[in-house]
Design a protein around this ligand. Structure first.
Ligand SMILES: Cc1ncc(COP(=O)(O)O)c(C=O)c1O
Length: 345
């Protein structure tokens, strides 16, 4: 069992920080990578052409290892989830009769791009609400999603866990059903990747998009995305030079290129060589791969079980273990507290 890792952070001794769903605290080694990155720019002659590409390659490999992806070249650096999803939604061919399935109350970055698609191209959004009752809530919500997928479904886009209450979505079953009807599966992994095991080889989503500053323990404004074959011929949302073929040859940059890099690499954000954020993100991923997500789940379970039992004894509702994660879960207030709290507001 993973022991407490507090010594790796600079948190005050009296602070027990539990809210990675908001933002992870900074590992000391990540902080050092960032400071080293800042100091490098004191003397730009220490930054070589190779440095524009090398950290990114390492980052791809480290993230591929974390999600068990075969091909690191399917992984790109993005600045935000909204950016990563814009590349997704701009490149999906749809007709007006198509439906996009979303879980209810997703984070806005995984709602607005689909809403734009609805406004611009007329596709319908099919938003699947959780059941009203708490009994078997997660199980029934998953069933509702599976039952909604049919031959008019073009895309299912959701998280591995719901960002607000940790409800676990059965991606294996959803992938199987989407394959049966030839629909795409797009995952926002921001609230799960890093803390919850994810296997690209078995789940095979068409895209996976992750912000880096939560469970990936990275800095703000850098994340990672995986784009599958469906997107290989797409058009990126920006036309940055480094995503063009042969951009690594700095002597030929004005031999303007018609072609993007092959496959997913065309979707990487401009200036992704970011000499401060990229080494920080790399260092964070190295730490997570040392810890391993299944160990993190076990650790979170260990430190939360007693509190959950006590809360349940006091009348609070928490989802059944089979339908929630251990790193992120919702605690619903007993009814009488709810009305009192609302009155106070
Ligand atoms: C599920 C989920 N996706 C994405 C984000 C962040 O999105 P963006 O990177 O577009 O700011 C958050 C932030 O809380 C989130 O919880």
């Amino acid at each position: 069992m993973l022991p407490s890792q507090k010594s790796k952070f600079s948190l005050p001794q009296n602070v027990t920080y539990l809210n990675c769903a908001y933002m992870s605290p900074m590992l000391k080694r990540v902080e050092k990578a960032g400071i080293d990155g800042i100091l490098r720019k004191r003397n730009p002659s220490s930054i070589s052409i190779d440095d524009f590409f090398h950290t990114g390659e390492l980052l791809r490999k480290e993230f591929a290892r974390l999600i068990s992806a075969k091909d690191p070249k399917r992984i790109v650096i993005i600045p935000s989830v909204s950016y990563g999803l814009a590349n997704v939604t701009r490149n999906i061919k749809v007709s007006k009769s198509d439906k996009i399935i979303l879980a209810a109350e997703q984070f806005p970055s995984n709602y607005y791009p689909w809403h734009s698609m609805h406004s611009e191209k007329g596709v319908q959004l099919d938003i699947i609400n959780p059941p009203d009752a708490t009994e078997n809530r997660g199980k029934k919500w998953n069933e509702k999603i599976l039952n909604a997928i049919n031959s008019s479904t073009r895309v299912v886009a959701l998280g591995h866990v719901h960002w607000a209450d940790g409800t676990l979505f059965d991606l294996q079953a959803i992938r199987k059903r989407t394959r049966e009807v030839n629909a795409l599966l797009i995952i926002d992994g921001t609230q799960s990747i890093g803390a919850l095991p994810f296997n690209m080889k078995t789940l095979q989503p068409d895209a996976l998009v992750c912000g880096g500053y939560k469970w990936l323990m990275g800095p703000y404004s850098i994340g990672l995305a995986y784009y599958g074959e469906y997107f290989d011929q797409g058009k990126p949302i920006e036309e940055n030079w480094i995503n063009r073929l042969h951009s690594e040859d700095f002597t030929g940059l004005v031999n303007y290129q018609e072609n993007y890099h092959t496959g997913a690499l065309r979707y990487e954000v401009g200036e992704h060589s970011n000499f401060i954020l990229a080494p920080m993100m790399l260092t964070a991923l190295q730490q997570i791969n040392e810890w391993k997500p299944d160990q993190i789940q076990r650790y979170c379970k260990k430190i939360s079980t007693r509190a959950i039992d006590q809360l349940r004894d006091c009348g609070y509702w928490i989802e059944d273990e089979r339908f929630r994660s251990h790193h992120l879960f919702g605690i619903r207030l007993p009814k009488m507290f709810r009305s009192k709290l609302l009155k106070k507001n």
